[in-house]
Design a protein around this ligand. Structure first.
Ligand code: SAM
Ligand code: SF4
Ligand code: SF4
Length: 334
């Protein structure tokens, strides 16, 4: 049964956060001053088990979900993440992928592939160690992330996509070196506008480098032309190099909102359903499950939430919305 919300948007894409913890402290996501050792991370018994995640995933696919992305926090810090992949890979006709910071990818790539993962997206914000370490704030070197990507490619977790968040005055100088490097490697680099997610990263509009500027910078050296979207609701706008040497993407959540086609739901590590990246409250599916709800009860709860959905935060974003309370990115995984 296909579900639609108040703006006639279907439910197609589900992002599942498997942990709220991370081995990085990216300044735009989990700034160390706030996400220190005192931060109230979820106790283990509050985090959904693999069985609970797989149960929800099955119910969501019955509502039209075609794609599931595992995220976090850092999904690969969750013990035995590949076992969850194996459970989800049993669901028929599902595009199963994962977003990772790459730190543990070289070690886990083969197990993830064997478990049935199709491909991965790896985040990397610069090729320059000094800039990258200033952003990840965990003294983590670029070479290890590249090693993770290359191992993933070698075991067939392809195409490899690379996410680069661009922050004004911090890593703009990395745009061209990243584009050159990943064109050569054949990985699809996607530039993400820095967003006002959560309320801990001190976001200001001035920190955003508009995608149009990224395209201009690259086009001046390596000519680009727009490419068609792969499907309706695709988040990244695609551009290809005119010489046929590959493509890049831009995710313009700030300068060119795409709420109109947004078909994504998110489940936090503690089992709350969020219908927007900028939502304030989630709907508690874990309590339902732990209080003995049947699949039908859960299915109806999901329908009720989606039927009422009217979110379009990015289209309404203004100076007045920036200070509104919102869920943190590390809870629901971008
Ligand atoms: N830890 C994994 C990783 O970093 O790839 C998965 C979770 S992370 C929250 C998912 C994506 O969100 C990453 O590509 C990250 O760069 C991006 N992200 C985090 N905070 C952001 C922000 N304020 N604006 C734009 N993108 C952000
Ligand atoms: Fe961790 Fe990913 Fe957030 Fe960076 S963006 S702090 S790697 S969850
Ligand atoms: Fe979807 Fe909310 Fe982002 Fe708009 S702001 S695209 S509704 S997640």
């Amino acid at each position: 049964m296909s579900l639609t919300d108040t703006l006639n948007r279907p439910l197609r894409d589900l992002r599942i956060s498997v942990t709220d913890r991370c081995n990085f402290r990216c300044v735009y996501c989990m700034p160390r001053e706030i996400f220190g050792s005192e931060y109230p991370y979820l106790p283990h018994n509050e985090v959904l088990t693999f069985e609970e995640i797989a149960r929800l995933a099955r119910i969501f696919t019955q509502h039209g979900v075609k794609k599931i992305r595992l995220t976090g926090g850092e999904p690969l810090v969750r013990k035995d993440a590949h076992l969850l992949v194996k459970m989800l890979a049993e669901i028929p006709n599902l595009d199963l992928t994962l977003t990772t910071n790459g730190a543990l990818l070289a070690k886990q790539a083969q197990a993830l592939k064997d478990a049935g993962l199709k491909r991965v997206t790896v985040s990397l914000d610069s090729l320059d160690d000094e800039i990258f370490k200033a952003l990840n704030d965990a003294d983590f070197p670029v070479a290890k992330v590249i090693e993770g990507m290359d191992t993933a490619a070698s075991v067939g977790l392809e195409p490899i996509k690379v996410n680069m968040v661009v922050k004004r005055g911090v890593n703009e100088s990395s745009i061209l070196p990243m584009a050159r490097f990943f064109r050569e490697r054949g990985y699809i680099l996607r530039f993400i506008e820095y967003m006002d997610v959560g309320h801990t990263n001190g976001w200001r509009m001035d920190d955003v480098v508009p995608s149009a500027e990224v395209i201009r910078i690259i086009n001046a050296e390596m000519p680009l032309e727009p490419a068609d979207a792969n499907y309706r609701g695709e988040v990244a706008e695609r551009w290809r190099y005119t010489d046929g040497s590959g493509e890049i993407g831009v995710i313009s959540s700030v300068t060119h909102a795409f709420c109109r086609d947004c078909n994504r739901a998110r489940i936090s590590a503690e089992g709350k359903l969020y219908t927007c990246l900028f939502a304030v409250n989630g709907h508690d599916l874990k309590s339902l499950m732990r209080n003995g709800a049947t699949d039908e009860d859960i299915s109806q709860a999901i329908s009720r939430v989606w039927h009422k959905r009217a979110d379009r935060y990015s289209e309404l974003r203004s100076e007045n919305t920036i200070d509104l309370p919102k869920v943190e990115m590390s809870h629901i995984g971008g």
